[in-house]
Design a protein around this ligand. Structure first.
Ligand code: GRG
Length: 290
């Protein structure tokens, strides 16, 4: 099953890469640099959030052509967040996806404009997608918009920047992980569920799975920050920054990792055998090396 999920990941990655390249085709020479900066940061990711949208969609037999645009939109928001996260007044990182961070190549001013343009494009794509009902498009746009505001990335980033170093306690790290990482996983899952016309119980199950697997994904990210190989991980490793592993220790962090994975999988019981692919995906996420 692990080989199958890796092949599937590759397949979705190719489709999403192509869709994003098309969306970022530019015809105006005046803003060529803005498009170049945006395109620079939208390539090369693992695309795990897009794949998650597909896997949830598959549970409900949503046709692939309905999933491609929203899954790509999620990846645009994710790319925008990585550009912002690397800026000198945020995490001040020089390396991302194995190459210099966006602002290192294009400058902070352009990087910020590209990031904003990507977020805008993501919402536009979903709202203007053909072949999806108005109701579904509005619901997906609402989910996406919520994922990076006061209830998502911006909130998690704020607490990370302003409070983590001062007030190092479990609840705060938990909040950061939920908002900075799990929120976008949750949006990815909810989009698949909206298109699949999930009922309330199924929506709750996807939401619970996403929150827990998103948290586990962030613990793994923190483990890689402490013990990963920069050449493999492809981004600046934050050895000196407080994170979950530093708070509880490596051994306990691994226990938490498996505990969150277990809770995530428990949430899937409502789907019975249809949860097989997502279970394999969860396994892949917590054993990743980059
Ligand atoms: C308004 C979009 C927006 C953001 C403002 C900067 C910011 C607030 C939030 C930062 C959020 C952030 C970068 C969280 C880290 C999440 C994380 C674990 C990223 C790594 O994800 P991978 O491993 O990366 O999926 P790839 O490169 O494979 O896509």
């Amino acid at each position: 099953m692990q080989d199958k999920i890796k092949t599937y990941l590759q397949d979705v990655r190719q489709q999403v890469d192509r869709a994003i390249e098309q969306v970022l085709e530019n015809e105006n020479p005046l803003i060529e640099g803005l498009y170049k900066s945006a395109a620079y940061s939208t390539g090369g990711g693992k695309r795990v959030r897009a794949v998650f949208t597909y896997l949830v969609g598959n549970i409900f037999e949503v046709p692939g052509e309905q999933l491609l645009t929203p899954a790509s939109a999620i990846e645009l928001i994710h790319a925008a967040s990585l550009i912002m996260d690397d800026l000198p007044y945020m995490d001040d990182s020089q390396l991302r996806r194995g190459k210099p961070s966006n602002h290192v190549v294009f400058g902070q001013d352009v990087a910020l404009c590209a990031s904003i343009a990507l977020i805008s494009e993501a919402i536009r794509m979903v709202l203007e997608e053909k072949g999806i009902s108005d109701d579904h498009r509005i619901k997906m746009a609402a989910v996406l918009t919520r994922s990076f505001g006061f209830d998502g990335l911006a909130a998690g980033q704020y607490v990370d920047l302003k409070l983590k170093r001062k007030n190092i306690e479990f609840g705060i790290i938990e909040y950061i992980n939920h908002k900075k990482t799990a929120a976008l996983f949750s949006a990815a899952g909810q989009i698949g569920a909206i298109l699949g016309q999930a009922n309330a119980d199924q929506m709750q199950a996807i939401s619970d799975f996403s929150a827990n697997i998103g948290f586990a994904f962030q613990i793994m990210d923190d483990i890689l920050d402490v013990a990963g190989d920069v050449k493999v991980v492809g981004k600046d490793l934050e050895h000196d920054k407080m994170n979950f592993v530093k708070l509880v220790g490596m051994e306990k962090a691994r226990e938490y990792l498996f505990d969150y994975q277990k809770r995530a999988l428990e949430a899937l019981t409502v789907f019975g055998e249809r949860a097989g692919e997502i279970t394999a995906f969860a396994e892949y996420l917590i054993h990743r090396v980059r």
